[in-house]
Ligand binder design. Structure first.
Ligand code: AMP
Length: 215
């Protein structure tokens, strides 16, 4: 079993790299952002509460997020382990996670932070889009499909962008990151399990470094 956290600001490549590691380690990616977007799309009460906050780049309440994650960690789908992507995002969330894992006799194997240059993140995020059919990720400048307008993976021709991937919201998300999430790397450095990888390298090079850490 391998349990890990991928840390880093919006646009650092957490989702992209989690998907690579998910295959390599045969574990499951738990992305709180994806869970919230699914709640928003379903129109649930939780989704309606979260939407207004997500649209302006703020953070959803710790209680709501901790409740959502505690329903998933320790379930059958996590039997081989998990990759947390987008969680924890505040020190109280990190503390709640430690307690949750201790109660289930689970432990974290790695916390890996992707370090990046903030200014580059706005361009990275504002150019990204996904295939509506299979979820494959693309970027207008850095990762185009081989044939314009056709998904490499499934041939789909419909693509979508996240509602919060616009310059104004991205700046608010980066600010929330520095204020509330950055202290988490100190939290994990102090317990001796933090590793850092340069997230400005190419997708392939970052994957390679992550694989070296976990293998
Ligand atoms: P992400 O997909 O990780 O960029 O998350 C998208 C948005 O969902 C964030 O900007 C927050 O509004 C919300 N969100 C996701 N994960 C968390 C979390 N762990 N704590 C608080 N808010 C979150």
């Amino acid at each position: 079993m391998t349990n890990l956290i991928i840390l880093g600001p919006p646009g650092a490549g957490k989702g992209t790299q989690s998907k690579q590691l998910e295959k390599k380690l045969n574990v499951i990616q738990l992305s709180t952002g994806d869970m919230l977007r699914a709640e928003v799309a379903s129109g649930s009460d939780l989704g309606q509460d979260a939407k207004g906050i997500m649209d302006v780049g703020g953070l959803v309440s710790d209680d709501l997020i901790i409740g959502m994650i505690s329903k998933r960690v320790g379930q059958k789908e996590c039997a081989n382990g998990f990759i947390l992507d987008g969680f924890p995002r505040t020190v109280p969330q990190a503390e709640a996670l430690s307690e949750m894992l201790a109660n289930k006799s689970l432990k974290l194997d790695y916390v890996i932070e992707l370090t990046v240059n903030d200014e580059a993140m706005v361009e990275r995020i504002c150019g990204r889009y996904t295939c509506s059919k299979c979820g494959a990720g693309y970027h207008e400048s850095f990762q185009k499909p081989a044939e314009d307008g056709v998904c490499d993976k499934c041939g789909g021709k419909d693509f979508s962008r996240r509602a919060d991937d616009n310059a104004k919201t991205v700046r608010a998300r980066l600010e929330a990151y520095h204020e509330q999430t950055a202290p988490i790397s100190t939290f994990y450095a102090e317990i001796g399990i933090l590793k850092q990888v340069d997230g400005m390298m190419s997708i392939e090079d970052v994957t390679h470094q992550l694989e070296n850490i976990v293998s």
